[in-house]
Design a protein around this ligand. Structure first.
Ligand code: PNW
Length: 504
C-alpha cells in the first residue's frame, strides 16, 4: 500500500472510534446528582422519622465497611446553600436530588406533612431556580420509611398505593416548580441486589421470591405515580415523569454465550423495563418462561414471578416520558461449565436463575469499590440495547461516575479519565448509533455516604471534609474538568489537567 493510502486508512479508522471532534447537540443538558440519605444528615431532627437506612446502619453497623451511617453525612440539611453554590460554580443545567419520604411525611402517610421538611425542600428548589439551575427530583432513592418496611416494604403490594399517595403530595407541594421527576432510583439495586445480599435497605434476604415480588410492586408503583401525574397534574404543570434504571453491560464471553447474555439482559433489566417501555407490555417472554420452568421444577405450583392482571399490564405499559439510565460498570457472562460450581451466590458474580457466571476482564481497571471495574464501551452498548429493545425512547443519563479512595484527595486524574472516556462513548451513541440522549448526570456532586462502603470510597466532584463540623466542600480536579466540558462542549482533557500538578 502506498504511504498516503495507509494514512487515509489510519485516518478513517481513527475517526470511527475517536470522538474528539464530536459535540453534544444543542439543548443537551449537563447535571450532577446526590440522594437524600447520602447527603442530608439530620437523621432524627426537625420531625423526621427513621428510614430503613437509619435502622440498618444503627442496628447492623457491621454491614457498613467503616461502621458509619448517614446520621450527619454532608449535613446538606443545614449546608444546602453550599450545594447550590457548587452546582452554580460548575455551571450545571440541572441538579438531581432526592426527597426523604420520612422527612416530609413522618407518618409515611399524607395525614401529616412535616413543615420543617417541606421548608428544606422549598429552599433547595427555590435556591436552585434563583441560580438558573433546574431541580430534578427523585422521589425514592432507597430510604423507605421504616414504618412501611415493618409492613413488608417493597414486597407488600399495598406499597403501590402508599407510593401513589406520596407522589401526590410531592406533585402538590413542588409540582409548580419541578418539571422533571424520577419516581424510583435503580429498581435493580433495590430488588435484585437488595433481596440477594440482604444487607441493603430492606435488610431482607430472599432472592428467590422477594426479588420478584419487589420487581412487580416497583413497576406498578412507578406506573401509578406516572398515571396520577398525567391525569391530574400534567395540564397544569406541564412536566415529565420517568424512572432511573441501573444497567451494567453483560458481555458474552464467547459466541456461544450470546444467547445467555441476551437472556441475562432480560433478567436484569428487561423485567424492570419491558412492562413499561415495550410496545406489548408485560414481562419479557424469554425470561418469564425460564422463571416459570425453574419454579415448576422446584415444586412451586406457580411461577415465583407474579403475573400481571390484564388491567395491571395496561396500566404499566407506556407509563413513561423518558428512560433514566445509570451506568457504572460491566461484566462478562458465560454458561456454567459442567462440574464447575456457581460459587458464592451474588448478583455481581452469577445468575442462579440462568446458571450463568459473571466475571471481569483482566484488562479492565478497577475503581475503589469492590464491584467497580471500568469498561467505557459498556455504556454505549447498553444505550443501544435500550434503543433496540424499546425504540426511540428519550434517554436521560441520570448517573455515571467513578470512585476513588480517600487518600487520593483532590488530584483525581483517574476520575477525569473515566468521565472523558464515558462521555466519548455517549457521543458515539448519539452520533453513530443515533440514540436519543438528551442529558448527562455526573454522580456525584459531592463525596457522601456510599451505602455499604460508608465513607471509605468517594464519588464526589467536590471533596467533603467529614472532620469539619461545617463539612467544607473543595473542588477536585475533576470538578474543573467537568466545568470545562459544560462550558466548551469539548470532552478532551485540557493539557493542564493531564498531569498532576500543584496547579490543580
Ligand atoms: C448507584 N453496582 O448505586 C446509586 O444510585 C447511588 O446512590 C450510588 O452512590 C452510586 O450508584 C455509586 O454506587 C449503585 O453494583 C449500586 O453495579 C451498585 C452498583 C451500581 C450502582
Amino acid at each position: 500500500m502506498a504511504p498516503w493510502a495507509a494514512v487515509v486508512v489510519w485516518l478513517l479508522a481513527e475517526s470511527a472510534w475517536c470522538a474528539s471532534h464530536l459535540k453534544f447537540p444543542s439543548g443537551f443538558k449537563f447535571g450532577a446528582a446526590t440522594s437524600a440519605y447520602q447527603v442530608e444528615g439530620a437523621w432524627n431532627t426537625s420531625g423526621k422519622t427513621p428510614s430503613t437506612w437509619d435502622t440498618l446502619t444503627h442496628n447492623r453497623p457491621q454491614l457498613i465497611t467503616d461502621g458509619s451511617s448517614g446520621d450527619v453525612a454532608c449535613d446538606s440539611y443545614h449546608q444546602w446553600k453550599d450545594d447550590i453554590q457548587i452546582a452554580s460554580e460548575l455551571g450545571l443545567d440541572f441538579y438531581r436530588f432526592s426527597i426523604s419520604w420520612p422527612r416530609l411525611m413522618p407518618t409515611s402517610f399524607p395525614d401529616e406533612i412535616n413543615e420543617d421538611g417541606r421548608r428544606y425542600y422549598d429552599n433547595l428548589i427555590n435556591g436552585l431556580l434563583d441560580k438558573g439551575i433546574e431541580p430534578i427530583i427523585t422521589m425514592y432513592h432507597w430510604d423507605l420509611p421504616q414504618r412501611l418496611q415493618d409492613h413488608g416494604g417493597w414486597s407488600n403490594p399495598l406499597i403501590v398505593e402508599w407510593f401513589e399517595e406520596y407522589a401526590r403530595v410531592l406533585y402538590k407541594l413542588f409540582g409548580d416548580r419541578v418539571k422533571n421527576w424520577v419516581t424510583i432510583n435503580e429498581p435493580f439495586t433495590i430488588c435484585t441486589i437488595g433481596y440477594a445480599i440482604g444487607a441493603f435497605s430492606s435488610g431482607v434476604h430472599d432472592p428467590e421470591v422477594g426479588t420478584y415480588l419487589c420487581i412487580k410492586n416497583v413497576v406498578m408503583a412507578h406506573a401509578k405515580a406516572w398515571r396520577l401525574y398525567h391525569k391530574e397534574y400534567r395540564k397544569q404543570f406541564k412536566g415529565r415523569v420517568g424512572i432511573s434504571h441501573q444497567l451494567f453491560y453483560l458481555h458474552p464471553t464467547s459466541e456461544e454465550d450470546e444467547e445467555i447474555a441476551s437472556l441475562a439482559h432480560e433478567h436484569y433489566y428487561g423485567l424492570y423495563s419491558h412492562p413499561v417501555f415495550s410496545k406489548e407490555g408485560g414481562w419479557p417472554p424469554g425470561i418469564e418462561k425460564v422463571i416459570e420452568k425453574n419454579s415448576k421444577m422446584q415444586g412451586f405450583t406457580r411461577s415465583r414471578l407474579p403475573a400481571f392482571t390484564d388491567e395491571e399490564k395496561e396500566l404499566a405499559k407506556g407509563a413513561y416520558d423518558f428512560y433514566g439510565f445509570n451506568y457504572y460498570t460491566s461484566r462478562k457472562i458465560r454458561r456454567r461449565r459442567d462440574g464447575e460450581s456457581l460459587g458464592q451466590l451474588s448478583p455481581m458474580r452469577n445468575i442462579k436463575e440462568l446458571d450463568a457466571i459473571l466475571e471481569v476482564d483482566r484488562g479492565w481497571d478497577r475503581a475503589a469499590c469492590f464491584w467497580f471495574y471500568v469498561y467505557p464501551e459498556g455504556i454505549r452498548k447498553l444505550l443501544s440495547w435500550v434503543k433496540n429493545q424499546y425504540g426511540d425512547v428519550e434517554i436521560v443519563i441520570t448517573e455515571n461516575g467513578y470512585s476513588t479512595k480517600p487518600e487520593s484527595g483532590s488530584n483525581d486524574y483517574d476520575r477525569i479519565k473515566y468521565y472523558r472516556d464515558h462521555l466519548e462513548q455517549v457521543l458515539l451513541a448519539i452520533h453513530e448509533d443515533k440514540v436519543n440522549i438528551t442529558g448527562y448526570t455526573a454522580w456525584s456532586l459531592i463525596d457522601n455516604f456510599e451505602w455499604n462502603d460508608g465513607y471509605t470510597t468517594k464519588f464526589g466532584l467536590y471533596e467533603v471534609n467529614f472532620d469539619d463540623p461545617n463539612r467544607q466542600r473543595t473542588p477536585r480536579a475533576s470538578a474543573k474538568y467537568y466545568k470545562n466540558v459544560i462550558q466548551t462542549n469539548n470532552i478532551e482533557i485540557p493539557k493542564k489537567f493531564s498531569t498532576i500538578t500543584d496547579e490543580l
